[in-house]
Design a protein around this ligand. Structure first.
Ligand SMILES: Nc1ncnc2c1ncn2[C@@H]1O[C@H](COP(=O)(O)OP(=O)(O)OP(=O)(O)O)[C@@H](O)[C@H]1O
Ligand SMILES: [Mg+2]
Length: 260
């Protein structure tokens, strides 16, 4: 086990509740484990609490109750080396005034590297995400969305993390670019022996990318799929609705279900 989420709850104060504070329960006792080498998907509709869970896993938010336990393999590492993150919005997750070179160097600033060593490391990271060395001196506005997200991925892998949280990491990209970036993420996961927690509202992206899926609704796990070939046999109504809405499934799902 790499990451263990144990019975985590979280409520936020309802902004419109006025004098009498009302609380909105966003996570209602979530438990999950991420194992070494796997990509675990969290699929759910907007507002179901996926990003809140992600922030708690990253340590950016504290749970009201429950805990996140890091497994032995990463427990003693500095936080930025144990867990890393790629968000949906590549535009706001980089400082527009920094060059690509400075962006990827961010997590390496504290590492004692010689100038040439550092440059070589940055070039190698850039090449690893499918970009060429001449991009190092460019600025975010000179890159396409796909290129900029690749830069964010290079930054995420720079400290050699064992685990990356990917929160809607391809959702802002065109479909053709999505596939390329997903394939890059798969390649990096294999080469660097990492695990992913892959948050998405898009079931077809999740089924392409993940080894296991947890379906999220209103802050709870409502269904779990441990083997992807069983995806079409899910029983939960909400999960079926998500599946039926997914365009990649060319078959009428109802008949598929009747066969079970
Ligand atoms: N810091 C906060 N303060 C108050 N409410 C919050 C805060 N963060 C999230 N929420 C609320 O918690 C609920 C879940 O939000 P969250 O961002 O986790 O959902 P999500 O599943 O990631 O949605 P999306 O698919 O749109 O990204 C929403 O109703 C949101 O308004
Ligand atoms: Mg979100």
């Amino acid at each position: 086990m790499l990451i263990d989420v144990r019975n985590v709850t979280k409520a936020f104060k309802d902004e419109n509740s006025g004098f009498f504070s009302r609380y909105q329960s966003v996570l209602k006792g979530v438990s999950l484990s991420v194992y070494a080498g796997e990509c675990l998907g969290i699929v759910g509709e907007s507002g179901s609490g996926k990003s809140t869970l992600g922030k708690i896993v990253l340590g950016l938010e504290a749970p009201d109750s429950g805990e996140v336990v890091l497994g032995e393999a990463i427990a003693d590492l500095p936080r930025h080396q144990a867990v890393s993150v790629v968000f949906q919005d590549y535009n706001t997750s980089v400082n527009p005034r920094l060059s690509v070179s400075d962006i990827i160097n961010e997590p390496l600033i504290t590492e004692p590297l010689e100038k040439t060593e550092r440059e070589a490391r940055l070039v190698q990271l850039l090449e690893e995400v499918g970009l060429s060395a001449d991009m190092l001196e460019r600025y975010p506005h000179q890159l396409s969305g796909g290129q900029l997200q690749r830069v964010c991925i290079a930054r995420a892998v720079a400290p050699n993390p064992k685990f990356i949280l990917l929160d809607e990491a391809v959702s802002s990209l065109d479909v053709s670019v999505q596939v390329q970036v997903l394939m890059l993420l798969q390649q990096l996961k294999r080469d660097r022996q990492m695990s992913y927690l892959f948050i998405t509202h898009d079931i077809s992206v999740a089924s392409f990318m993940c080894d296991r899926l947890l379906f999220f609704k209103d802050g709870e796990v409502v269904e779990q799929v441990d083997e992807m070939h069983r995806l079409k046999a899910v029983e939960n109504t909400y999960t079926r609705e998500l599946l039926e809405a997914a365009s990649y499934l060319q078959i009428p799902l109802e008949t598929e279900f009747e066969k079970q």
